[in-house]
Design a protein around this ligand. Sequence first.
Ligand SMILES: *Cc1c(COP(=O)(O)O)cnc(C)c1O
Length: 378
Amino acid sequence: MRKKTQLIHGGIVGDEQTGAVSVPIYQVSTYKQEAVGKHKGFEYSRTGNPTRFALEELIKDLEGGVAGFAFGSGMAAITAVIMLFDAGDHVILTDDVYGGTYRVMTKVLNRFKIESTFVDTSNIENVKQAIKPNTKAVYIETPTNPLLKITDIAAVSKWAKDLGLLTIVDNTFSTPYWQNPIGLGADIVLHSATKYLGGHSDVVAGLVVVNNQKLAEDLHFVQNSTGGILGPQDSWLLMRGIKTLGVRMEEHEHNTIKIVSFLNNHPSVKKVYYPGLDTHPHHEIAKKQAQGFGGMVSFDVGSGEKADQLLEKVKYFTLAESLGAVESLISVPAKMTHASIPADRREELGITDGLIRISVGLEDAEDLIEDLKQALED
Ligand SMILES: *Cc1c(COP(=O)(O)O)cnc(C)c1O
């Protein structure tokens, strides 16, 4: 089954009992047992719910894994995955991971003695050098936010596998439509489904897929024990969003390519960050491991003042955190998502005051370009 077909026909489709073509919302907490322990596969909705299960089967199929899990947010999903480890275990992570991932590792899970080291995983040598006797996993995010750096998933996974380490990939930016980390050798893939998978800025959710039965059992145990599950209504909304993921991702990318080309030729724009550009330092790896370059682009307008001016003047780009929705969103990482990083470290990383990140939506690309054009005029 090809990707676009799988988005519609993957997982569990419709309802056997009534013929309904959409999976019903099982708004229920408990299930009748014929005798003690004799039931139809569901006992209590924290442990399993038919609507959530349909979504979990769908994401499992889309990522090509063994089992899927749906959580109440991307952070709940990430936390549950890290809870597979024990006190004293060490994880190597991408240095510009999502801010919430950095926070949970360094301010919450560190209190349970999970150790972490953050390195630029786009160069595998940095990953190799960070290994310690208690290292259990490499956690990569690719592409990253906001500079869209790319890590070679296959190379890291192979190295990790040889040493008995797990490879975990945050696949939020690419989505399973463009990139399948399990096929490249990763053990666990996870998503903030709040972004492209939901796609309409109306659901907060997290999804995880694992590549073997042991991990499936262990993660189900954590999910059922800690309880950060996704409710049936949101599971249904997410399935609805996923049905159109293919057409949305194609269109996000078409629009983005036009905008990137406009920005690249604009005299006020100092630098454009997009993995689809052949001048992007990781363009070749991006091309090799993903089928598309996505709808996120960052660009530098040279100063904080110029960035403020642009934000004030744009009409179709909503100033907001988050990404991956039908409406175009704009943000200034230095003042928003990355404000907690010290200014000199930010400069070093390239996250300057003039850096703008946009999540290109599904409006007409010509309107978006005209809007950026008038906003960039002095
Ligand atoms: C948003 C995001 C998260 C966190 O997900 P929530 O659904 O907001 O909890 C994790 N990783 C990436 C890459 C994200 O963009």
